[in-house]
Design a protein around this ligand. Sequence first.
Ligand SMILES: Cc1cc2nc3c(=O)[nH]c(=O)nc-3n(C[C@H](O)[C@H](O)[C@H](O)COP(=O)(O)OP(=O)(O)OC[C@H]3O[C@@H](n4cnc5c(N)ncnc54)[C@H](O)[C@@H]3O)c2cc1C
Length: 369
Amino acid sequence: MPVHTSSFAILGAGLMGRLLAVELARQGHTVEIFDAGGPAAEHSAATVAAAMLAPLAESAITEPMVVRMGQHALGRWPQLLAALSQPVFFQQQGTLIVWHRQDAPEAQRLRRQLEATHAALPDLPRLQPLDAVGLAQVEPALAHRFQQGLYLPGEGQLDNRQLLAALAAEMESLQVRCHWQTPREATEFAPGQAGQPDWLLDCRGLGARTDWAALRGVRGEVLRVHAPEVTLQRPTRLVHPRYPIYIAPKEDHLFVIGATEIESDDRSPASVRSTLELLSAAYAVHTGFAEARIVEVATQCRPTLPDNLPAIRQPRPRVLEVNGLYRHGFMISPALLDVTMEILNTGQSQLSKKWDLAVSLDATDPCSA
Ligand SMILES: Cc1cc2nc3c(=O)[nH]c(=O)nc-3n(C[C@H](O)[C@H](O)[C@H](O)COP(=O)(O)OP(=O)(O)OC[C@H]3O[C@@H](n4cnc5c(N)ncnc54)[C@H](O)[C@@H]3O)c2cc1C
């Protein structure tokens, strides 16, 4: 079997790198991790994300494989969070989708798409169409503002920054050697050779483009606002032809508002136009946002492969690359964690076959089964 007690070097302490570091250290392995930034993960996509865990809602734009991995992960997050010593906000109160009257045809199209997903994947909770009364019961803050909605039970979200901080604290207590402000290339390592780690795991997201040329960035712009007058209880999405925003309520009336998907590696600050659009769409959902305070306007690029799907590659013996998490990193990373651990422990992955996840292992690696 490939891994007994081994030493690991992990490149990238964003979402995937931290999850793997904690899991491997818990299993008794020696782990060191390198990141271009610091413990706050300021260069990662993970720190900007809304961290919604919404497999059915996302099925409108992704493949069944990602939806299945997302459903698996919804069961895994409570276990992973319970094992951390710091608390992380996590909820599973579902997703709410609303629209203005004039956008009803678009909403009907979305409903048909989600129902088709449910027919193909009947294990997913069934979506519930809401009339004005039902909507007022599910989300009283939106009573009288919208006449209809769709409720997707069981979907979740977590606080991404609390998670990153909790994982950093866990790495420290598990004696993972953290090399902050230390960018590294995979070519600087020769795993398995004397004085080198046994394995190298590359989780650098977009930073791995030097080795995985097909990676590209998909830019997103996100606002964080403090809105004491708004009491939304769950991630809420607005169907809209131009501003299809989401609003994810975190603890203490903090709201993450986002929408944009721009095919670009540009990480310059948000434009006036997209900030105006995000804010006016949020105000149209709930007028209480008028008095909100803008805490942050952030931009980042999602690490994305050509098919917009995640993948695991073994470019050479004892090196694994986990990447392409795109806009679903929080939704699927527990599934990718489980697949990676299977590969390290057995040399292959049954789970990846179940989900049709692209895993290409190096058949010449004596460590691959
Ligand atoms: C605006 C936005 C909204 C999002 N919303 C959601 C959402 O609601 N739900 C969801 O599931 N996902 C969401 N995502 C996606 C999610 O954030 C990503 O899929 C996820 O963060 C990818 O994880 P990763 O570990 O592969 O990369 P990252 O989290 O980007 O981490 C990569 C790490 O590698 C480090 N690094 C880079 N180069 C080097 C180097 N040479 N040496 C060492 N370290 C290096 C970086 O500093 C970084 O810390 C969103 C993303 C964005 C941008």
